[in-house]
Design a protein around this ligand. Structure first.
Ligand SMILES: Cc1ncc(COP(=O)(O)O)c(C=O)c1O
Length: 438
């Protein structure tokens, strides 16, 4: 039982703090897991218990929780000024340098960088830029956005509308009109009996085209996708998926928006996830790894056609009517520049490939020894474990429901006090959570 004395940190958290992605009632019952500090890949809770943070927070701290060079970069930036903005032709000096460094590694040729503070702002910015792009080209009716089931793009209204997860819509009357969803390219769960991966890809492309035709190609502005789904469960698209999908999109003059908020900055074994999966986006959204999340910063990289559309739109002298107060914040820029410097010095891409192979080999060994791991999948260090046995397994393993029961039974045997919530992705955190309180 957690410390429920009225003045305990737990009780105060329950009283005063609304948590993201947390059930409030359950939170009041079980209380918070209060974290006190981080060191390298570990975090410590308030009682001093150490945890391996295998997800780097929320796929954030690619340089760990205590990188002194980032702290020093922030301190030096604060010595110059604590804030400046990028409105009305002004900009902090180091924001220019950051834009240039991002463009150097950009997967989109001849790009420019636009800065914001969260992944949601970055994905929403891409939508607005897609609307401008089509409007300037005489197609103002192209407004709808196609996203995918199980995609995650953020929590603001448009970003949440693009998510393909029911919990992001349910209580809020979302998605907004004009935000459509097509299939998730999860071959593990999505292929029909006897269907090859190639046939699965053909079916997804055909269904996408059918959706476009039903809605009217002249109403659709853009398609958004994470190269590899993160929040929806590490879904690596089958070979040829993006080539097939993008052929359909290009036929109908629909832009491709890449959400690199999780996949960017080396995580998948290339600088950007789109390079790993053969996606050719017109714009990409970046966040998290841009500063190793030591500062809330995000960016959009936009290619030449979008840049030209913006120039055209504003050629009468109007302002580009978009901007966040903290866009290009100088302290964030300083941290991002140092983060990029460290990525370059450590040669992050081969590093991730090497470490990713080791991680995969270890997880595959666990899978072989385990009766409950169905599949290890991912690229680079973005690897997920499907704990539910494949119900179609030729060896005649159990059904999916039986697999889930196995997961729960094994877990309950191991940890009789474990909360029985049935969600495999909480196994570690929820169990640790309970044990931390003795
Ligand atoms: C792929 C992806 N896009 C966008 C977002 C939204 O980012 P933020 O929470 O910074 O708004 C997230 C957050 O985890 C994400 O995983």
């Amino acid at each position: 039982m957690f410390d429920s004395k009225p003045n305990s940190a737990e009780a105060r958290d329950i009283a005063f703090h609304l948590h993201s992605q947390t059930n409030p009632q359950r939170h009041a019952e079980i209380g918070p897991l209060i974290m006190a500090r981080g060191e390298g890949v570990h975090v410590y809770d308030a009682s001093g218990k150490r945890y391996l943070e295998a997800m780097a927070g929320l796929w954030c701290t690619s340089l760990g929780f205590s990188e002194k060079r980032l702290k020093a970069a922030a301190a030096a930036a604060y010595d110059k000024f604590g804030f400046y903005h990028s409105f009305n032709h002004k900009t902090p000096d180091n924001t220019i340098e950051l834009a240039e460094k991002l463009v150097e590694i950009s997967p989109i040729p001849d790009a420019q960088a636009y800065f914001a503070t969260s992944g949601s702002e970055a994905t929403e910015t891409m939508v607005k830029l897609a609307w401008v792009y089509h409007a300037v080209r005489g197609k103002p009716g192209k407004r709808k956005i196609i996203a995918r089931d199980r995609g995650f793009h953020g929590s603001t209204i448009v970003a949440a509308s693009m998510c393909g997860l029911p919990r992001m819509h349910r209580e809020f009357g979302l998605p907004l009109d004009g935000f459509l969803h097509t299939h998730c390219p999860d071959a593990y769960r999505g292929t029909r009996p006897g269907e090859s991966e190639a046939a699965f890809v053909d079916r997804l492309a055909a269904d996408l085209e059918a959706l476009i035709m039903a809605e009217g190609p002249d109403t659709i502005a853009a398609f958004i996708a994470e190269p590899i789904n993160a929040g929806g469960g590490i879904v690596v698209p089958p070979k040829g998926y993006f080539a097939a999908i993008e052929a359909v999109l290009r036929r109908h003059d629909i832009l491709v928006l890449g959400d690199e908020v999780v996949c960017g900055f080396g995580r998948t074994g290339n600088w950007f996830g789109c390079e790993t999966v053969g996606m050719k986006p017109d714009m990409v959204a970046l966040a998290k790894g841009i500063t190793s999340s030591y500062f809330p910063m995000s960016a959009v990289l936009l290619g030449r056609p979008i840049r030209d559309a913006l120039s055209e739109m504003n050629k009468g002298g109007e302002l580009f009517g978009h901007g966040f107060t903290n866009s290009g914040h100088p302290v964030g820029a300083a941290i991002a520049l140092e983060t990029l410097k460290i990525y370059h010095e450590m040669d992050v891409v081969p590093h991730v490939r090497r470490m990713g192979s080791r991680l995969r080999a270890g997880l595959e060994q666990i899978a072989r020894d385990s009766r409950i791991v169905g599949q290890v999948r991912g690229e680079g260090l973005m690897i997920g474990v499907e704990l539910v046995a494949d119900p179609r397994d030729a060896a005649g393993l159990r059904s999916r429901a039986e697999g889930r029961r196995d997961v729960r039974r094994a877990r309950d045997r191991e940890r009789p006090d474990h909360p029985r919530d049935g969600r495999h992705d909480r196994v570690l955190s929820a169990a640790d959570h309970r044990r931390s309180r003795g």
